[in-house]
Design a protein around this ligand. Structure first.
Ligand code: SIN
Length: 502
Protein backbone atom coordinates (compact mmCIF):
# COMPACT_ATOMS: atom_id res chain seq x y z
CA UNK A 1 0.00 0.00 0.00
CA UNK A 2 1.51 3.34 -1.05
CA UNK A 3 1.13 6.69 0.68
CA UNK A 4 -0.41 9.83 -0.82
CA UNK A 5 2.02 12.68 -1.28
CA UNK A 6 0.09 15.90 -1.82
CA UNK A 7 -2.64 17.03 0.55
CA UNK A 8 -5.45 19.36 -0.47
CA UNK A 9 -6.86 21.37 2.41
CA UNK A 10 -10.40 22.81 2.58
CA UNK A 11 -12.94 24.02 5.14
CA UNK A 12 -15.47 21.49 3.88
CA UNK A 13 -15.69 18.59 1.42
CA UNK A 14 -19.06 17.98 -0.22
CA UNK A 15 -19.42 14.58 -1.91
CA UNK A 16 -22.01 14.34 -4.67
CA UNK A 17 -23.32 16.65 -7.37
CA UNK A 18 -27.07 16.12 -7.33
CA UNK A 19 -29.49 18.72 -5.98
CA UNK A 20 -28.40 18.16 -2.36
CA UNK A 21 -24.65 18.38 -2.91
CA UNK A 22 -24.86 21.37 -5.25
CA UNK A 23 -27.26 23.24 -2.94
CA UNK A 24 -25.10 22.56 0.11
CA UNK A 25 -21.91 23.65 -1.63
CA UNK A 26 -23.51 26.83 -3.01
CA UNK A 27 -24.96 27.70 0.39
CA UNK A 28 -21.57 27.41 2.15
CA UNK A 29 -20.74 30.95 1.08
CA UNK A 30 -17.51 32.28 2.57
CA UNK A 31 -16.07 28.82 3.22
CA UNK A 32 -13.42 27.12 1.12
CA UNK A 33 -15.32 24.16 -0.35
CA UNK A 34 -14.10 21.22 -2.42
CA UNK A 35 -16.89 19.36 -4.25
CA UNK A 36 -16.05 15.79 -5.21
CA UNK A 37 -18.25 14.07 -7.75
CA UNK A 38 -17.98 10.49 -8.90
CA UNK A 39 -18.89 11.28 -12.51
CA UNK A 40 -18.95 14.58 -14.32
CA UNK A 41 -20.55 17.52 -12.52
CA UNK A 42 -24.31 16.96 -12.08
CA UNK A 43 -24.18 13.18 -12.20
CA UNK A 44 -26.53 11.10 -10.04
CA UNK A 45 -30.29 10.79 -10.03
CA UNK A 46 -31.28 14.46 -9.92
CA UNK A 47 -30.83 15.13 -13.60
CA UNK A 48 -33.15 12.24 -14.43
CA UNK A 49 -35.97 13.38 -12.13
CA UNK A 50 -39.11 13.89 -14.15
CA UNK A 51 -42.13 14.63 -11.96
CA UNK A 52 -40.92 17.77 -10.30
CA UNK A 53 -40.66 19.60 -7.02
CA UNK A 54 -43.51 19.44 -4.51
CA UNK A 55 -43.90 22.78 -2.73
CA UNK A 56 -46.86 24.48 -1.08
CA UNK A 57 -46.92 27.55 -3.31
CA UNK A 58 -50.49 27.31 -4.67
CA UNK A 59 -53.35 29.48 -3.38
CA UNK A 60 -55.27 26.42 -2.17
CA UNK A 61 -52.21 25.00 -0.43
CA UNK A 62 -50.07 25.53 2.66
CA UNK A 63 -47.18 23.88 4.54
CA UNK A 64 -49.59 22.16 6.96
CA UNK A 65 -51.55 20.51 4.15
CA UNK A 66 -48.32 19.44 2.44
CA UNK A 67 -47.10 18.04 5.78
CA UNK A 68 -50.35 16.13 6.29
CA UNK A 69 -50.05 14.55 2.82
CA UNK A 70 -46.40 13.64 3.47
CA UNK A 71 -47.31 11.98 6.77
CA UNK A 72 -50.34 10.37 5.14
CA UNK A 73 -48.17 8.16 2.93
CA UNK A 74 -45.34 7.62 5.47
CA UNK A 75 -47.34 5.02 7.45
CA UNK A 76 -46.45 6.17 10.95
CA UNK A 77 -42.67 6.47 10.65
CA UNK A 78 -42.32 10.13 9.68
CA UNK A 79 -40.72 12.48 12.13
CA UNK A 80 -43.24 15.39 12.30
CA UNK A 81 -40.64 18.12 13.06
CA UNK A 82 -38.58 17.02 10.04
CA UNK A 83 -41.70 17.04 7.84
CA UNK A 84 -42.63 20.51 9.14
CA UNK A 85 -39.12 21.79 8.37
CA UNK A 86 -39.41 20.42 4.83
CA UNK A 87 -42.83 21.81 3.98
CA UNK A 88 -42.37 25.16 5.76
CA UNK A 89 -39.08 25.64 3.93
CA UNK A 90 -40.53 24.81 0.50
CA UNK A 91 -41.52 28.22 -0.84
CA UNK A 92 -38.24 29.90 0.17
CA UNK A 93 -36.13 27.03 -1.18
CA UNK A 94 -37.92 27.23 -4.53
CA UNK A 95 -37.47 31.02 -4.61
CA UNK A 96 -33.72 30.58 -3.98
CA UNK A 97 -33.53 28.00 -6.77
CA UNK A 98 -35.27 30.40 -9.15
CA UNK A 99 -32.81 33.14 -8.11
CA UNK A 100 -30.02 30.71 -8.92
CA UNK A 101 -31.38 30.46 -12.44
CA UNK A 102 -33.94 27.63 -12.66
CA UNK A 103 -36.96 28.23 -14.91
CA UNK A 104 -40.25 26.42 -14.31
CA UNK A 105 -43.27 25.98 -16.57
CA UNK A 106 -45.64 28.93 -16.32
CA UNK A 107 -49.00 29.84 -17.84
CA UNK A 108 -49.57 32.78 -20.15
CA UNK A 109 -50.04 35.09 -17.16
CA UNK A 110 -46.65 34.04 -15.79
CA UNK A 111 -48.02 31.92 -12.93
CA UNK A 112 -46.33 28.64 -12.09
CA UNK A 113 -48.20 25.65 -13.57
CA UNK A 114 -48.67 23.05 -10.83
CA UNK A 115 -49.06 19.31 -11.53
CA UNK A 116 -50.73 16.54 -9.50
CA UNK A 117 -49.23 13.25 -8.33
CA UNK A 118 -50.37 10.38 -6.12
CA UNK A 119 -50.89 11.19 -2.44
CA UNK A 120 -51.08 14.97 -2.96
CA UNK A 121 -54.47 16.43 -2.09
CA UNK A 122 -53.93 19.48 -4.34
CA UNK A 123 -51.89 20.38 -7.41
CA UNK A 124 -48.45 21.35 -6.04
CA UNK A 125 -45.76 19.94 -8.35
CA UNK A 126 -43.57 22.51 -10.06
CA UNK A 127 -42.09 21.22 -13.30
CA UNK A 128 -39.83 22.34 -16.11
CA UNK A 129 -40.25 21.56 -19.83
CA UNK A 130 -43.04 19.15 -18.85
CA UNK A 131 -41.06 16.21 -17.50
CA UNK A 132 -37.46 17.51 -17.57
CA UNK A 133 -37.45 19.12 -14.12
CA UNK A 134 -34.33 17.39 -12.81
CA UNK A 135 -32.36 18.36 -15.90
CA UNK A 136 -33.33 22.01 -15.38
CA UNK A 137 -32.43 21.90 -11.67
CA UNK A 138 -29.04 20.38 -12.53
CA UNK A 139 -28.43 22.89 -15.31
CA UNK A 140 -29.19 25.88 -13.10
CA UNK A 141 -27.20 24.67 -10.08
CA UNK A 142 -24.13 23.57 -12.03
CA UNK A 143 -24.08 26.94 -13.79
CA UNK A 144 -24.25 28.63 -10.38
CA UNK A 145 -21.36 26.44 -9.14
CA UNK A 146 -19.40 27.49 -12.24
CA UNK A 147 -19.81 31.14 -11.21
CA UNK A 148 -18.73 30.40 -7.62
CA UNK A 149 -15.28 29.81 -6.07
CA UNK A 150 -16.14 26.17 -5.26
CA UNK A 151 -13.30 23.83 -6.31
CA UNK A 152 -14.86 20.93 -8.25
CA UNK A 153 -13.02 17.64 -8.74
CA UNK A 154 -14.83 15.38 -11.21
CA UNK A 155 -14.50 11.60 -11.54
CA UNK A 156 -13.46 11.41 -7.89
CA UNK A 157 -14.61 8.24 -6.14
CA UNK A 158 -14.32 8.53 -2.37
CA UNK A 159 -12.77 5.42 -0.85
CA UNK A 160 -12.63 6.45 2.83
CA UNK A 161 -13.73 9.13 5.26
CA UNK A 162 -10.81 9.91 7.54
CA UNK A 163 -11.61 10.02 11.25
CA UNK A 164 -9.04 11.24 13.77
CA UNK A 165 -9.60 11.39 17.54
CA UNK A 166 -13.30 10.69 17.01
CA UNK A 167 -13.78 13.57 14.50
CA UNK A 168 -13.91 13.76 10.74
CA UNK A 169 -10.55 14.79 9.27
CA UNK A 170 -11.15 14.59 5.51
CA UNK A 171 -11.36 11.96 2.80
CA UNK A 172 -9.25 9.76 0.58
CA UNK A 173 -10.52 9.63 -3.00
CA UNK A 174 -9.40 8.13 -6.29
CA UNK A 175 -9.33 10.38 -9.36
CA UNK A 176 -8.61 8.68 -12.68
CA UNK A 177 -6.83 5.89 -10.81
CA UNK A 178 -4.73 8.25 -8.66
CA UNK A 179 -5.37 8.61 -4.92
CA UNK A 180 -5.86 12.08 -3.43
CA UNK A 181 -6.06 13.19 0.20
CA UNK A 182 -8.37 16.08 1.09
CA UNK A 183 -7.97 17.26 4.69
CA UNK A 184 -11.07 19.02 6.06
CA UNK A 185 -12.91 19.23 9.38
CA UNK A 186 -16.29 18.90 7.68
CA UNK A 187 -17.48 16.23 5.24
CA UNK A 188 -20.98 16.30 3.73
CA UNK A 189 -22.25 13.10 2.16
CA UNK A 190 -24.74 13.86 -0.63
CA UNK A 191 -24.15 10.70 -2.62
CA UNK A 192 -27.78 9.77 -3.32
CA UNK A 193 -29.40 6.38 -3.06
CA UNK A 194 -28.79 2.70 -3.71
CA UNK A 195 -30.68 2.01 -6.97
CA UNK A 196 -27.87 0.20 -8.81
CA UNK A 197 -27.70 -2.38 -6.03
CA UNK A 198 -30.85 -3.80 -7.69
CA UNK A 199 -31.09 -5.33 -11.19
CA UNK A 200 -34.10 -3.16 -12.04
CA UNK A 201 -33.77 0.52 -11.29
CA UNK A 202 -34.58 3.95 -12.62
CA UNK A 203 -31.33 5.34 -11.11
CA UNK A 204 -28.13 5.90 -13.09
CA UNK A 205 -25.32 3.30 -12.75
CA UNK A 206 -23.18 5.46 -10.45
CA UNK A 207 -25.81 5.15 -7.68
CA UNK A 208 -24.17 2.25 -5.81
CA UNK A 209 -24.82 3.14 -2.18
CA UNK A 210 -21.29 4.44 -1.53
CA UNK A 211 -22.49 7.04 0.99
CA UNK A 212 -24.08 4.48 3.28
CA UNK A 213 -21.03 2.24 3.10
CA UNK A 214 -18.68 5.18 3.83
CA UNK A 215 -20.81 6.37 6.75
CA UNK A 216 -20.95 2.85 8.13
CA UNK A 217 -17.16 2.50 8.06
CA UNK A 218 -16.81 5.94 9.67
CA UNK A 219 -19.03 4.73 12.52
CA UNK A 220 -22.32 6.55 11.82
CA UNK A 221 -25.71 5.22 12.89
CA UNK A 222 -28.04 4.19 10.03
CA UNK A 223 -31.83 3.90 10.14
CA UNK A 224 -34.89 2.59 8.21
CA UNK A 225 -32.72 0.74 5.69
CA UNK A 226 -35.46 -1.77 4.80
CA UNK A 227 -37.61 0.97 3.27
CA UNK A 228 -36.88 0.99 -0.45
CA UNK A 229 -39.36 2.63 -2.81
CA UNK A 230 -40.19 0.78 -6.02
CA UNK A 231 -41.63 2.98 -8.75
CA UNK A 232 -44.54 1.14 -10.37
CA UNK A 233 -44.10 2.40 -13.92
CA UNK A 234 -40.62 1.95 -15.34
CA UNK A 235 -40.57 1.27 -19.08
CA UNK A 236 -40.12 -2.49 -19.46
CA UNK A 237 -37.97 -2.44 -22.59
CA UNK A 238 -34.90 -4.40 -21.46
CA UNK A 239 -32.83 -1.27 -20.90
CA UNK A 240 -30.57 -0.99 -17.81
CA UNK A 241 -31.19 1.40 -16.11
CA UNK A 242 -34.88 1.46 -16.95
CA UNK A 243 -36.58 4.57 -18.31
CA UNK A 244 -39.02 6.23 -15.91
CA UNK A 245 -42.63 6.85 -16.95
CA UNK A 246 -43.42 9.67 -14.58
CA UNK A 247 -46.29 9.42 -12.14
CA UNK A 248 -47.45 12.77 -13.53
CA UNK A 249 -48.82 10.75 -16.47
CA UNK A 250 -51.21 8.98 -14.09
CA UNK A 251 -51.85 12.36 -12.45
CA UNK A 252 -53.07 13.53 -15.86
CA UNK A 253 -55.34 10.49 -16.25
CA UNK A 254 -53.20 7.72 -17.82
CA UNK A 255 -54.42 4.27 -16.74
CA UNK A 256 -52.80 0.91 -16.02
CA UNK A 257 -54.20 -2.00 -18.01
CA UNK A 258 -53.45 -5.71 -18.28
CA UNK A 259 -53.05 -7.65 -21.52
CA UNK A 260 -56.85 -8.01 -21.77
CA UNK A 261 -57.10 -4.21 -21.74
CA UNK A 262 -58.69 -4.20 -18.23
CA UNK A 263 -57.78 -1.52 -15.64
CA UNK A 264 -56.26 -3.69 -12.91
CA UNK A 265 -55.92 -0.95 -10.25
CA UNK A 266 -59.69 -0.42 -10.01
CA UNK A 267 -60.08 -3.51 -7.83
CA UNK A 268 -56.95 -2.83 -5.78
CA UNK A 269 -57.50 0.59 -4.18
CA UNK A 270 -60.15 3.36 -4.10
CA UNK A 271 -57.61 5.76 -5.66
CA UNK A 272 -56.87 3.25 -8.44
CA UNK A 273 -53.80 4.41 -10.45
CA UNK A 274 -53.16 7.19 -7.91
CA UNK A 275 -52.98 4.80 -4.95
CA UNK A 276 -49.76 4.96 -2.88
CA UNK A 277 -46.75 3.94 -4.93
CA UNK A 278 -46.12 0.70 -3.01
CA UNK A 279 -49.69 -0.49 -3.62
CA UNK A 280 -49.41 0.15 -7.37
CA UNK A 281 -45.93 -1.41 -7.51
CA UNK A 282 -47.12 -4.63 -5.85
CA UNK A 283 -50.12 -4.95 -8.17
CA UNK A 284 -47.84 -4.51 -11.18
CA UNK A 285 -45.31 -6.99 -9.77
CA UNK A 286 -47.98 -9.65 -9.12
CA UNK A 287 -49.25 -9.34 -12.67
CA UNK A 288 -45.74 -9.78 -14.07
CA UNK A 289 -45.13 -12.79 -11.79
CA UNK A 290 -48.35 -14.33 -13.12
CA UNK A 291 -46.88 -14.10 -16.62
CA UNK A 292 -49.16 -11.20 -17.62
CA UNK A 293 -48.15 -7.90 -19.21
CA UNK A 294 -48.99 -4.68 -17.31
CA UNK A 295 -49.11 -1.58 -19.51
CA UNK A 296 -49.54 2.15 -19.11
CA UNK A 297 -52.14 3.58 -21.46
CA UNK A 298 -51.83 7.34 -21.93
CA UNK A 299 -53.54 7.50 -25.33
CA UNK A 300 -56.65 9.33 -24.08
CA UNK A 301 -54.95 11.31 -21.29
CA UNK A 302 -52.04 12.68 -23.34
CA UNK A 303 -52.20 11.30 -26.90
CA UNK A 304 -50.84 13.63 -29.57
CA UNK A 305 -49.55 16.13 -26.99
CA UNK A 306 -46.88 13.66 -25.81
CA UNK A 307 -43.81 15.18 -27.54
CA UNK A 308 -44.62 18.60 -26.14
CA UNK A 309 -45.95 17.74 -22.66
CA UNK A 310 -43.78 14.73 -21.75
CA UNK A 311 -40.75 15.01 -24.05
CA UNK A 312 -38.46 12.88 -21.84
CA UNK A 313 -40.93 10.00 -21.61
CA UNK A 314 -41.74 10.30 -25.29
CA UNK A 315 -38.02 10.11 -26.15
CA UNK A 316 -37.54 7.01 -23.95
CA UNK A 317 -40.49 5.28 -25.64
CA UNK A 318 -39.30 6.16 -29.16
CA UNK A 319 -35.82 4.86 -28.26
CA UNK A 320 -37.53 1.56 -27.36
CA UNK A 321 -39.47 1.49 -30.64
CA UNK A 322 -42.79 2.45 -29.00
CA UNK A 323 -45.24 5.28 -29.69
CA UNK A 324 -47.16 6.18 -26.49
CA UNK A 325 -49.46 8.49 -28.49
CA UNK A 326 -51.09 5.51 -30.17
CA UNK A 327 -50.26 2.42 -28.06
CA UNK A 328 -50.05 1.34 -24.40
CA UNK A 329 -46.45 0.73 -23.28
CA UNK A 330 -45.16 -2.16 -21.09
CA UNK A 331 -44.26 -1.35 -17.49
CA UNK A 332 -42.50 -2.96 -14.54
CA UNK A 333 -41.73 -1.81 -11.02
CA UNK A 334 -38.14 -0.68 -10.52
CA UNK A 335 -36.06 0.45 -7.55
CA UNK A 336 -36.39 4.20 -7.43
CA UNK A 337 -35.63 5.71 -4.02
CA UNK A 338 -34.27 4.75 -0.61
CA UNK A 339 -36.18 6.17 2.35
CA UNK A 340 -33.61 4.88 4.85
CA UNK A 341 -30.04 6.00 5.27
CA UNK A 342 -27.69 7.89 7.56
CA UNK A 343 -29.44 8.93 10.76
CA UNK A 344 -29.34 12.73 10.94
CA UNK A 345 -30.85 15.49 12.99
CA UNK A 346 -32.87 18.36 11.50
CA UNK A 347 -29.65 20.04 10.35
CA UNK A 348 -28.23 16.96 8.67
CA UNK A 349 -25.72 16.14 11.43
CA UNK A 350 -24.85 12.44 11.61
CA UNK A 351 -23.77 10.72 14.82
CA UNK A 352 -20.07 11.22 13.86
CA UNK A 353 -18.73 14.70 14.75
CA UNK A 354 -17.90 16.61 11.55
CA UNK A 355 -19.96 14.33 9.29
CA UNK A 356 -23.12 15.86 7.81
CA UNK A 357 -25.38 14.35 5.16
CA UNK A 358 -28.07 15.69 2.83
CA UNK A 359 -30.67 14.23 0.50
CA UNK A 360 -31.45 10.62 -0.36
CA UNK A 361 -28.43 9.21 1.49
CA UNK A 362 -29.99 10.34 4.79
CA UNK A 363 -32.80 9.28 7.01
CA UNK A 364 -34.00 12.63 8.31
CA UNK A 365 -37.46 11.30 9.19
CA UNK A 366 -39.19 13.18 6.38
CA UNK A 367 -40.36 10.19 4.38
CA UNK A 368 -41.16 7.54 6.95
CA UNK A 369 -41.89 4.18 5.36
CA UNK A 370 -42.86 5.65 1.99
CA UNK A 371 -41.91 8.87 0.22
CA UNK A 372 -44.52 11.21 -1.19
CA UNK A 373 -43.84 11.78 -4.89
CA UNK A 374 -41.70 14.82 -5.75
CA UNK A 375 -40.64 15.46 -2.15
CA UNK A 376 -37.06 14.41 -2.89
CA UNK A 377 -35.90 17.38 -4.97
CA UNK A 378 -37.49 19.60 -2.35
CA UNK A 379 -35.62 17.72 0.37
CA UNK A 380 -32.30 18.40 -1.40
CA UNK A 381 -33.10 22.10 -1.67
CA UNK A 382 -34.38 22.61 1.88
CA UNK A 383 -31.98 20.33 3.73
CA UNK A 384 -28.98 21.30 1.57
CA UNK A 385 -29.62 24.83 2.85
CA UNK A 386 -30.11 23.67 6.45
CA UNK A 387 -26.92 21.59 6.41
CA UNK A 388 -24.94 24.56 5.10
CA UNK A 389 -26.44 26.91 7.71
CA UNK A 390 -25.51 24.53 10.51
CA UNK A 391 -21.94 24.15 9.19
CA UNK A 392 -21.61 27.94 8.89
CA UNK A 393 -22.50 28.16 12.57
CA UNK A 394 -19.37 26.13 13.43
CA UNK A 395 -15.78 27.33 13.34
CA UNK A 396 -13.51 25.56 10.85
CA UNK A 397 -11.04 23.61 13.00
CA UNK A 398 -7.50 22.64 11.96
CA UNK A 399 -7.16 18.99 10.94
CA UNK A 400 -4.13 16.68 10.67
CA UNK A 401 -2.47 16.90 7.25
CA UNK A 402 0.17 14.24 7.66
CA UNK A 403 0.57 11.58 4.99
CA UNK A 404 -2.07 8.87 4.84
CA UNK A 405 -2.08 5.48 3.14
CA UNK A 406 -3.55 5.17 -0.35
CA UNK A 407 -6.38 2.67 -0.83
CA UNK A 408 -6.07 -0.68 -2.58
CA UNK A 409 -8.38 -0.56 -5.60
CA UNK A 410 -9.12 -3.98 -7.11
CA UNK A 411 -10.17 -4.62 -10.73
CA UNK A 412 -13.96 -4.38 -11.23
CA UNK A 413 -15.83 -7.72 -11.02
CA UNK A 414 -18.92 -7.12 -13.21
CA UNK A 415 -20.17 -10.73 -12.98
CA UNK A 416 -20.28 -10.55 -9.17
CA UNK A 417 -21.99 -7.14 -9.32
CA UNK A 418 -24.66 -8.50 -11.66
CA UNK A 419 -25.18 -11.61 -9.50
CA UNK A 420 -25.70 -9.36 -6.47
CA UNK A 421 -28.11 -7.07 -8.32
CA UNK A 422 -30.19 -10.05 -9.57
CA UNK A 423 -30.26 -11.49 -6.05
CA UNK A 424 -31.40 -8.22 -4.48
CA UNK A 425 -34.16 -7.80 -7.06
CA UNK A 426 -35.42 -11.37 -6.62
CA UNK A 427 -35.26 -11.66 -2.81
CA UNK A 428 -35.02 -8.17 -1.28
CA UNK A 429 -37.33 -6.42 -3.72
CA UNK A 430 -41.02 -5.56 -4.02
CA UNK A 431 -42.25 -8.61 -2.06
CA UNK A 432 -40.03 -10.23 0.58
CA UNK A 433 -40.21 -13.23 2.92
CA UNK A 434 -38.03 -14.69 5.67
CA UNK A 435 -36.97 -17.62 3.44
CA UNK A 436 -35.96 -15.34 0.59
CA UNK A 437 -34.16 -12.88 2.85
CA UNK A 438 -32.19 -15.67 4.55
CA UNK A 439 -31.28 -17.08 1.14
CA UNK A 440 -30.16 -13.60 0.10
CA UNK A 441 -27.94 -13.20 3.17
CA UNK A 442 -26.29 -16.62 2.54
CA UNK A 443 -25.65 -15.69 -1.08
CA UNK A 444 -24.28 -12.27 -0.08
CA UNK A 445 -21.76 -14.17 2.10
CA UNK A 446 -20.72 -16.25 -0.91
CA UNK A 447 -20.34 -13.21 -3.19
CA UNK A 448 -18.37 -11.43 -0.48
CA UNK A 449 -15.92 -14.36 -0.29
CA UNK A 450 -15.27 -14.05 -4.03
CA UNK A 451 -14.97 -10.24 -4.02
CA UNK A 452 -11.40 -8.95 -4.29
CA UNK A 453 -10.04 -7.18 -1.21
CA UNK A 454 -9.83 -3.39 -1.24
CA UNK A 455 -12.10 -0.42 -1.75
CA UNK A 456 -14.58 -0.80 -4.61
CA UNK A 457 -18.14 -0.09 -5.66
CA UNK A 458 -18.81 -3.81 -5.30
CA UNK A 459 -17.75 -3.57 -1.64
CA UNK A 460 -20.16 -0.64 -1.14
CA UNK A 461 -22.92 -2.62 -2.82
CA UNK A 462 -22.25 -5.66 -0.62
CA UNK A 463 -22.36 -3.57 2.56
CA UNK A 464 -25.64 -1.93 1.55
CA UNK A 465 -27.20 -5.21 0.38
CA UNK A 466 -26.42 -6.95 3.63
CA UNK A 467 -27.75 -4.08 5.77
CA UNK A 468 -30.97 -3.75 3.75
CA UNK A 469 -31.58 -7.52 3.83
CA UNK A 470 -30.87 -7.75 7.58
CA UNK A 471 -33.21 -4.84 8.34
CA UNK A 472 -35.91 -6.32 6.10
CA UNK A 473 -35.58 -9.66 7.90
CA UNK A 474 -35.81 -8.00 11.30
CA UNK A 475 -39.04 -6.11 10.48
CA UNK A 476 -41.67 -8.83 10.76
CA UNK A 477 -44.56 -6.79 9.37
CA UNK A 478 -45.46 -4.88 6.20
CA UNK A 479 -45.37 -1.11 6.11
CA UNK A 480 -44.98 1.34 3.21
CA UNK A 481 -42.21 0.27 0.86
CA UNK A 482 -41.41 -2.85 2.92
CA UNK A 483 -43.77 -5.75 2.20
CA UNK A 484 -43.37 -9.21 3.72
CA UNK A 485 -45.49 -11.98 2.13
CA UNK A 486 -45.13 -13.90 5.41
CA UNK A 487 -46.23 -10.88 7.49
CA UNK A 488 -48.60 -8.99 5.16
CA UNK A 489 -50.24 -6.83 7.85
CA UNK A 490 -49.01 -3.58 9.38
CA UNK A 491 -48.33 -4.24 13.05
CA UNK A 492 -48.89 -1.23 15.36
CA UNK A 493 -46.21 -2.71 17.65
CA UNK A 494 -43.68 -2.01 14.88
CA UNK A 495 -44.41 1.73 14.60
CA UNK A 496 -40.77 2.61 15.23
CA UNK A 497 -37.57 2.79 13.21
CA UNK A 498 -34.77 0.24 13.30
CA UNK A 499 -31.48 1.96 14.07
CA UNK A 500 -28.46 0.01 12.83
CA UNK A 501 -25.89 1.05 15.43
CA UNK A 502 -22.29 1.81 14.58
C1 SIN B 1 -42.03 10.52 -11.05
O1 SIN B 1 -41.90 11.44 -11.85
O2 SIN B 1 -42.89 9.66 -11.13
C2 SIN B 1 -41.07 10.43 -9.94
C3 SIN B 1 -41.27 11.52 -8.99
C4 SIN B 1 -40.64 11.13 -7.69
O3 SIN B 1 -40.17 10.02 -7.55
O4 SIN B 1 -40.66 11.96 -6.78
Amino acid sequence: MSTIGDVLVADAVVIGSGVSGLTTALSLEGRDVILLTKGPLASGSTRWAQGGIAAAVGEDDGPDLHAADTIGVGVGLNDPPAVAALTAGGAEAVATLIERGAAFDRDEAGNLVLGREAGHSVRRILHASGDATGAEVSRALTAAVGRSPIRVIEHAWVAEILVSAGRVAGVVAVVDGNPIHVAAPVVVLATGGIGHVYAKTTNPPEVTGDGIALARRAGADLTDLEFVQFHPTALDSGRDPMGLLTEALRGEGAVLIDDDGERFMLGEHPDAELAPRDVVARATWRLLRAGRRPMLDARDAVGGAFPERFPTVYGLCVEAGLDPRIEPVPVSPATHYHMGGILTDLDGRSTVPGLWAAGEVTRTGIHGANRLASNSLLEGLVFGGRVAASILATNPAPVPTETVAGPTIPEPQPDLEQALRDLMWAEVGVIRSADGLERALDEIDRIEEKAAQGASELRSMLTVSRLVAESALARTESRGGHFRADHPETDPGWAYSIVVPR
